[in-house]
Design a protein around this ligand. Structure first.
Ligand SMILES: Nc1ncnc2c1ncn2[C@@H]1O[C@H](COP(=O)(O)OP(=O)(O)OP(=O)(O)O)[C@@H](O)[C@H]1O
Length: 741
């Protein structure tokens, strides 16, 4: 509809096209009197007039739907919002990456040199075999050149057309050429012959051999068949197809997304790319603005189909959103190699170095091979995966990095019982391995201790002057003050479902861990949990809802996925279900950077872990921080006798004896278990009796004066002793209590 259609040829001079360009739409509004509520207006009055009838210029006005074009932004305004490209490539700024590149380059050329050096005899033999043919080709070529064989067809043509004049002209020209070339050839041959003779007669042997090798090599090279080169490549490069806009659009168009398909019919394709497709690390990067209404998540959800459209393995295809752009901006990174096959640099701390949990600790590499480091202080971490996909390996990388910070008190518990975290035993304040009730009970003791320590830490922090602790949380300075005992404390529980799903300990474990996870970070307490069963029975919601850093390796379903990565993660395209059976050690990392990342953890095998832990132990010994289990200190529980005192006492008092002196009981106990009670028996009579009194007190066994007979002298006397019935009653009472627990 044009302006004159609406207003007639005499309408006021208003040309939308001049203001907004040809696409600007115009709507017609009826001007209401100022005191009229537009809602009260008669609908008939607002009906669009027939073209050409809208002549009431007083009542109607045309308003362009698209407002006037904004004034052109200044040069500075337009450039300020732009993205600055890096001055130097990131690999040049990172010492680790630079070192890795240099190392790789040296490695590469060493390999190439060794590859060809080993094959030198084969190359020499092949050249020698090919040299006669090469000599024949040289002679043939020289003959053709001297005889000007190339011009033969032209002369033949002159003969065929009986063109005598032309033939004579050509023959004369050729004769001159042949004479000149023959002279050059004879001179070159003579020169070479003289040189060779001189070399043979007067030159050194090596010179002669070199000349011979050169001649044979040259002739062999000339004699090589075209389809069989002498030297094969030392490194077979993967045949990677270059990523082009055509391939990207083809793949996007094959996803079955209506928005993309419709936009394509309207010519969206060429405008999709906001930057040229470039090499980015070991792969290609395309920045795409998707059609209106299509989001990057829509593409991420269809990664498998995208990989099919690109004709690349799934592990090469990584679509991502751009957090500081609109949701339709997609960065598509297509690796040359499947992520699970690409070579990975060694863990930067594998050979040397210590760490600080206040600083980032190297954890893995992303698809582009860049190191991803985690800052664990003030965070908690949950690792989830199906069995055998690298959960314990991932936890071990984190724990080894933490172990290299000598200030951290480590509590390492692996509740599967395979000893995968065994290397950490030598640096841990408490350590346990196994799914049995005894280990779980000890793990609970540890959690109670840590939970209680939170209260102490809170009190210490609360009482610190504001200028020392302005943020009410542990700082590196506070952590360093030994007297405050605010050093970082890390609790790691692998296979934590064993604890949370336990009939007896589950509820308390959930309460303790929820408390630790909520209050721990500010007080320097870090909780690391790993589980192969991230469901609601094995992972309390109080825990899963409060975790900061989440790492999800391959899982089977949406529930497990969301349990580890957080609610709606699956819906938002974060699908650890799409990892394949070969993607061990690869997972989504959420909560660490602004955007979720795909990480392959550094691979540290058991022997390497052992070596690193030994280094960590040495650093702790040097810093004077080796403590608890690692330092050989025993806990109260361990100090408690492994035997049953009441049962032993009862065993040494026969039913015929109603009362017995304490000292007699101790002597008999020492006879029964010399290791356990021998030291008691060695005490003087009074102390001996007092020892038994103290040991029986917690069980409520009364000690009183009892009549008895000295076993050596046979004399009767009143001394401190116990009644057998009291011991039996104490045993019964204890057993009843244990059963009710
Ligand atoms: N980053 C990695 N790169 C390559 N392979 C890895 C990586 N991490 C783990 N793996 C492989 O995955 C295997 C299983 O790892 P891990 O023992 O950590 O699994 P898990 O999930 O703890 O299994 P489970 O639940 O049975 O304890 C390892 O033996 C190792 O070979």
């Amino acid at each position: 509809m044009t302006h004159s259609d609406l207003f007639g040829p005499d309408s006021q001079d208003f040309t939308p096209a001049e203001t907004e360009g040809p696409d600007a739409e115009v709507i017609l509004l009826r001007k209401n009197p100022p005191d009229t509520d537009p809602a009260d207006a008669d609908p008939a009055d607002t009906a669009e007039p027939e073209p050409g009838t809208a002549d009431d210029g007083e009542q109607e006005t045309a308003v362009p739907v698209d407002g006037p074009a904004p004034a052109r932004p200044s040069w500075q305004q337009s450039i300020r919002s732009g993205e600055r490209r890096e001055v130097l490539p990131t690999w040049l700024l990172s010492r680790d990456e630079l070192r890795e590149r240099v190392r790789w380059t040296l490695d590469h050329f060493t390999h190439v040199f060794a590859f060809h050096a080993v094959r030198t005899p084969v190359y020499a033999g092949t050249l020698a075999i090919r040299s006669p043919l090469g000599a024949a080709r040289l002679v043939g070529g020289a003959f053709r050149w001297v005889s000007d064989a190339d011009s033969r067809p032209i002369r033949a043509n002159a003969i065929a057309h009986n063109d005598a004049a032309e033939y004579l002209r050509l023959a004369k020209h050729r004769d001159g050429k042949v004479r000149l070339r023959l002279t050059i050839l004879l001179a070159a041959t003579l020169g070479t012959a003289i040189l060779l003779t001189a070399l043979i007669v007067a030159g050194p042997t090596w010179g002669m051999l070199l000349a011979l090798a050169g001649i044979v090599g040259g002739l062999g090279w000339l004699g090589a068949p075209q389809d069989r080169p002498l030297i094969g490549p030392a490194v077979v490069k993967p045949q990677v197809q270059k990523l082009t806009s055509h391939i990207v659009l083809r793949a996007l168009g094959a996803l079955g997304i209506a928005g993309i398909n419709q936009a394509m019919t309207k010519g969206w394709g060429p405008r999709a790319f906001v930057a040229p497709i470039t090499r980015d690390g070991p792969g290609w990067r395309a920045d795409v603005d998707l059609p209106y209404g299509v989001t990057a998540v829509d593409i991420m959800e269809r990664r498998d189909r995208l990989a099919s459209g690109l004709r690349r393995p799934m592990g090469c295809v990584w679509p991502e959103p751009v957090h500081d752009q609109h949701t339709g901006r997609l960065v598509l990174w297509v690796g040359d190699q499947d992520m699970n096959q690409a070579s990975q640099p060694a863990w930067p701390l594998a050979k040397a170095g210590t760490t600080s949990v206040f600083k980032p600790l190297p954890f893995g590499t992303d698809q582009r091979g860049r190191t991803v480091a985690l800052t664990l202080m003030f965070a908690n971490m949950l690792i989830g995966a199906m069995p055998r996909f690298g959960k314990t390996f991932a936890l071990r990388v984190v724990l080894l990095a933490v172990a290299l910070d000598p200030t951290v008190e480590m509590h390492t518990w692996e509740l599967k019982g395979t000893g995968d975290l065994g290397p950490l035993e030598q640096v841990s304040h408490t350590y346990g391995s196994g799914p049995d009730d005894e280990t779980l009970a000890a793990c609970m003791d540890m959690l109670r201790y840590v939970y209680k320590d939170l209260e102490r830490r809170a009190k210490v922090i609360r009482n610190l002057p504001k200028d020392v602790c302005p943020e009410n949380k542990v700082t590196p300075e506070l952590a360093g003050k030994k007297s405050l005992r605010l050093h970082p404390l890390l609790v790691a529980i692998d296979e934590c479902q064993e604890l949370f799903a336990h009939d007896k300990f589950g509820k308390e474990a959930a309460e303790l861990c929820t408390g630790i996870i909520k209050r721990g970070p500010a007080m320097g307490v870090i909780l690391e949990l790993a589980t192969q069963r991230p469901d609601k029975d094995s992972m309390p919601t109080g825990v899963s809802a409060n975790v900061g850093i989440r790492f999800c390796l391959r899982v089977m379903g949406q529930t497990e996925n969301d349990m580890v990565l957080g609610t709606s993660s699956y819906k938002n395209g974060l699908r650890a279900t799409t990892f394949t059976a070969n993607d061990r050690g690869i997972g989504y990392l959420v909560g660490h950077a602004t955007d979720p990342q795909i990480i392959r953890t550094f691979y540290i095998d058991a022997p390497a872990a052992e070596r690193i832990a030994e280094r960590a132990r040495a650093a702790r010994i040097a810093a004077g921080t080796l403590s608890g289990y690692a330092a050989g200190e025993t806990t109260d529980a361990e100090r408690a006798p492994a035997h049953d005192l009441l049962a032993d006492v009862l065993a040494v008092i026969p039913a015929s004896e109603e009362r017995v002196w304490n000292e007699t009981v101790v002597d008999r106990l020492a006879e029964l278990r010399p290791d356990a009670y021998g030291p008691w028996a060695a005490l003087p009579a009074k102390a001996k009796s007092a020892q038994l009194t103290a040991a029986l007190k917690p069980f409520g066994v009364a000690v009183d004066q009892v009549w008895g007979t000295d076993e050596t002298t046979g004399k009767g006397a009143n001394r401190r002793g116990i009644e057998r019935d009291d011991v039996t009653a104490a045993i019964t009472k204890r057993d009843v209590r244990r059963r009710s627990d």
